[in-house]
Write a protein that binds this ligand. Structure first.
Ligand SMILES: [Zn+2]
Length: 234
């Protein structure tokens, strides 16, 4: 095989691998962010449940104050009972007291419902707090794992970069420049296989004469359609 062609094939392989490494290096921080957003979502839910519980407790304190006021009202009404002069007045006050008692009962019922609701929310809160602790542990573990992965990729990247440099140094500068130009225009693929009568870069067929020249791998031949360098793997 032509030495320059062989070097170009190696260069393409390394560049493809470098491209993959670069993609992974871009992707992993996003994956870490996605993991963190799951954790943040639960944290947001926890804070909104806490707010709900706080406002329910406030509502309860309001009800309790109302009960106190009504109890006070009831005692004062009871005092009036001892001062009545007529039966009509007496039954009117009894009716009033009845009304106050009903109101107190209603307020106490409402307070109880609030208490039940608060307990329900507190159970949900406990569950979420348990979950967030788990998430946090999981997140830290996964994050360290991803960071180790990044380290590994960076090392590999550096190794490939050096390999690339040494190969590129042996390639004629005109060929190398041409390679970079085509790679830039053709999605990073400047050197492709020729197989089954077609260029494996643009998938178009080539004339038989050119095909047989490519099969010899003795010179650098470009696809007339996409300008990629072609080689034959046998
Ligand atoms: Zn082509």
């Amino acid at each position: 095989m032509n030495r320059q062609l062989e070097l170009l094939i190696n260069l393409q392989n390394i560049d493809s691998e470098i491209g993959g490494l670069e993609n992974s290096l871009k992707k992993i921080p996003l994956e870490i962010e996605a993991l963190y957003s799951a954790y943040q979502q639960i944290a947001g839910e926890i804070s909104s449940i806490k707010n709900e519980i706080e406002s329910l407790n406030k509502e309860r304190r309001g009800k309790e104050r109302e009960v106190e006021i009504e109890n006070d009202h009831l005692s004062k009404t009871k005092v009036k009972l001892s001062q009545v002069k007529t039966n009509e007045e007496y039954s009117a006050i009894l009716k009033e007291m009845d009304g106050i008692k009903k109101k107190i009962n209603q307020l106490e019922d409402e307070d109880l419902s609030l208490l039940e609701l608060i307990e329900e929310k507190q159970n949900i809160l406990k569950e979420k707090e348990r979950k967030i602790m788990e998430e946090e542990r999981g997140f830290q573990d996964k994050k360290s794992e991803k960071e180790r992965e990044i380290e590994g990729l960076k090392n590999r990247f550096e190794q490939k970069r050096l390999e690339r440099e040494s190969i590129n140094n042996s390639i004629d500068s005109k060929i190398s420049k041409d390679y970079i130009k085509v790679a830039k225009n053709r999605g990073g693929m400047a050197v492709v296989r020729f197989a089954e009568g077609i260029c494996q870069g643009c998938f178009l067929g080539l004339p038989p004469q050119l095909a047989s020249e490519i099969r010899r791998n003795e010179e650098i031949i470009k696809c007339p359609h996409c300008q990629r360098v072609l080689y034959w793997e046998g």
